[in-house]
Design a protein around this ligand. Structure first.
Ligand SMILES: Cc1cc2nc3c(=O)[nH]c(=O)nc-3n(C[C@H](O)[C@H](O)[C@H](O)COP(=O)(O)OP(=O)(O)OC[C@H]3O[C@@H](n4cnc5c(N)ncnc54)[C@H](O)[C@@H]3O)c2cc1C
Length: 363
């Protein structure tokens, strides 16, 4: 069986950043990534990021992915396996993977789970008709594979992902007929919402999808208005003819591998669903297994990167291979992370993390 000091499951921004600080501490690292490229969600993000210079503000997502990969590719003791899916994680630090139809086993001194998140879906009549997609899947189709989901689209959800993907659909020549939002207010940044409004796309708040209409594929959608108790208001039904419906109602951490090893989990709605209970050093209830990024709570790439750098450092300490600049780097990345969470969109995360911390005292 192949042995490494550290296996990182997932080559998104958190996994790549964790690899950097761990490699700098002299640890041998294997990154396992199920996609053909590392970079995670970033490889499909064509927009320029917000934030500060430290988190690559004003840089396009896919350029950040290239930069993070370049930061580590020449470091010693790194191996990256792409097109490889981790299908099993066991308490003796063994991971089993599927790589080009081969079933392989690896063992490590420590594991970082950096598997990111998956899209949430909505329950409504006919929600399995061809033509109904997650917004993130739509972004992958368009920006990675150059395939449009349809010609006329309705987006469900006005958070940043819904707004950004709607804008990218318009840039690609798709007509976005409306963005519908069940809440009474728009969820995402005003700057993204204003762009859509300027392009003439109505953002219909207190509105939801009642049913999808079509025989073999999506042909139209029925939307209805909601009252302040989120109940349908009678006689508000409208039918919009479309050939694609994009659902952007949030993300949920990919915790399955952690559940497989019986890591202690908690449901924290502010963090997106079930998340592993962690100690301050991102260690789960299984001491050799650490977690970072969206897998431990939905935030942004900027915070995923900071958590990644920190987790790589913490694993170094756990394996008795302290990074030469450990104290300074921990202080630096922790302060970056708390600055990121001090903004208005960090309030929910902080509430969630407090709940998780309370859970960790019983882990
Ligand atoms: C449409 C959209 C727009 C966004 N815009 C912004 C923005 O403007 N600014 C910002 O800061 N953030 C933005 N984000 C959020 C950001 O992309 C994520 O928070 C960030 O990518 C999380 O990083 P991560 O490394 O935790 O997970 P991911 O980027 O999701 O990476 C996880 C990786 O793990 C791999 N993986 C999962 N399971 C396995 C397995 N079993 N075996 C092997 N590999 C596996 C996946 O293939 C993936 O590559 C946006 C997200 C989306 C969807």
């Amino acid at each position: 069986m192949n042995y490494k000091d550290l296996i990182i499951i997932g080559g998104g921004p958190s996994g790549l950043c964790a690899a950097k600080t761990a490699l700098e501490a002299g640890i041998s690292v294997l990154i396992i990534e199920r996609s053909p490229h590392v970079g995670g969600q970033l490889i499909k993000q064509t927009h320029k990021f917000f934030g500060s210079k430290d988190q690559y503000a004003k840089t396009r997502g896919y350029d950040i992915a290239t930069k993070l990969h370049k930061d580590i590719e020449n470091l010693e003791n790194l191996e990256i396996l792409t097109d490889t899916t981790v299908v099993g994680l066991y308490e003796d630090h063994v991971v089993t993977v599927l790589h080009k139809d081969q079933y392989l086993r690896y063992q490590a001194g420590s594991i970082i789970v950096a598997t990111g998140a998956s899209e949430k879906f909505l329950a409504f009549e006919n929600n399995d008709l061809p033509g109904i997609y997650g917004a993130g899947a739509t972004q992958t189709l368009m920006n990675v594979y150059g395939v449009l989901p349809g010609k006329e689209v309705v987006m469900v959800g006005s958070g940043n992902i819904g707004l950004i993907v709607s804008y990218q659909l318009m840039q690609a020549g798709v007509k976005v007929k409306a963005i519908v939002e069940a809440a009474p207010t728009i969820g995402g940044y005003k700057v993204h919402a204003s762009k859509m409004t300027r392009l003439g796309v109505p953002i219909l708040t207190s509105t939801t999808v009642k049913k999808a209409i079509g025989t073999n594929e999506l042909e139209a959608v029925e939307i209805v208005s909601l009252d302040k108790n989120w109940k349908e208001i009678e006689n508000t039904s409208r039918i919009l003819k479309i050939d694609a419906l994009c659902i952007s109602v949030g993300l949920t951490p990919m915790h399955q591998l952690l559940s497989m090893i019986n890591a202690k989990m908690m449901f924290v709605s502010e963090l997106g669903g079930f998340v592993p209970v962690i100690h301050e050093n991102h260690q789960t209830s299984i001491p050799s297994v650490f977690v970072c990024g969206d897998a431990v709570g939905i935030e942004e790439a900027s915070s995923a990167m900071m958590e990644g750098y920190l987790t790589g450092l913490y694993v170094g300490k756990y394996l008795n291979r302290l990074h030469p600049d450990y104290e300074n780097l921990v202080k630096h990345y922790e302060s970056q992370l708390s600055l990121l969470r001090d903004g208005p969109f960090g309030v929910k995360t902080k509430v969630g993390l407090t709940k998780l911390k309370e859970g960790s005292s019983h882990a």
